[in-house]
Design a protein around this ligand. Structure first.
Ligand SMILES: [Zn+2]
Length: 281
């Protein structure tokens, strides 16, 4: 019953419509406001199944298939009615991320990204008419019935970068994220900018130093609300650390031992970058 938690992420295929015949085992990623609806199990939590939805009468709008797994549809939608049920817990995406189950988090993220996209694009950006979900098995899009304008899901890229200087790593203290304490540098890509240019600019703006040898590391969807973290490593080139004082309150070079004390393991790409430093320096 719970084996989808250990399945490969690549087994999820995007499709706007159901890929398989509807069945009571189909997995439903449901949100009520910004919180996912989860069933409490002995060992933790699970997503609702279609059978649960029928059993306790959950009313759902904005339904779409967001993938398939081992012959089951993975559906998502928004809960319309109030559910009073002791089997159910409500949890936002960050809380799900903090549970440490990457697969569960990935599915919840996909549902959240989809519902957020609908919410922000109820109306056509050209003429203001009400958008409809495109009737298609292959394309996820919203269509304006009046002027034909098509709105596809949009992702806002951001870079995240581990900067090294000899055997030390640059960590910063960001005012916006007090709970994270120290982290590597991250920032949104500007119009018309390459990822590498963004790495150089963000590092310079936030800390006053210049970097070289920028190398791609990996990427991770960041659904808060619709971003994509593109990870890089880079080496110090020149300059003195001079935190901007606005976003970054402190910036410093840390040895492996010092980094270990400040680092909290998670499946975020920021943690993966820090692990890369710990394993390679
Ligand atoms: Zn229109």
């Amino acid at each position: 019953m719970e084996d989808y938690f250990v399945a490969e992420k690549t087994a999820i295929k995007p499709s706007p419509k159901r890929l398989h015949k509807e069945c009571d085992e189909d997995i439903w990623i449901l949100f009520k406001g910004n919180k996912a609806v989860l069933f409490i199990t002995q060992g933790g939590y699970r997503f609702p199944r279609l059978g649960d939805i029928k059993r306790i009468n959950i009313e759902i709008s904005n339904i779409q298939c967001i993938g398939e797994l081992k012959g089951l549809n993975i559906m998502c939608g928004e809960v319309e009615n109030e559910i009073e049920n002791s089997e159910i817990a409500y949890m936002d995406l960050m809380a799900i991320a903090n549970m440490g189950n990457e697969f569960m988090y990935t599915l919840a993220s996909k549902g959240s990204l989809f519902l957020n996209w609908l919410k922000l694009n109820k109306h056509c950006g050209v003429c203001g008419a009400k958008n409809h979900i495109k009737d298609s098995y292959t394309e996820r899009a919203l269509v304006c019935p009046k002027c034909g304008n098509i709105t596809w899901p949009r992702t806002s890229p951001a870079v995240i970068v581990a900067v090294t200087k000899e055997d030390k790593l640059l960590l910063v203290y960001n005012k916006q994220f007090p709970e994270r304490k120290y982290s590597v540098i991250a920032g949104f890509v500007e119009y018309g900018e390459t990822f590498e240019e963004c790495v150089k600019r963000e590092v310079y703006e936030e800390t006053g130093i210049r970097v070289k040898n920028i190398r791609y590391f990996g990427s991770q969807p960041w659904p808060f609300p619709n971003s994509m973290m593109v990870g890089f490593t880079a080496e110090y080139m020149e300059g003195e650390l001079r935190p901007d004082g606005e976003e970054i309150l402190f910036a410093g070079w840390f040895s492996k031992d010092e980094v270990r004390q400040k680092y909290r393991e998670s499946f975020s790409i920021g943690s993966k970058l820090i692990e890369w430093f710990l394993n390679n320096y």
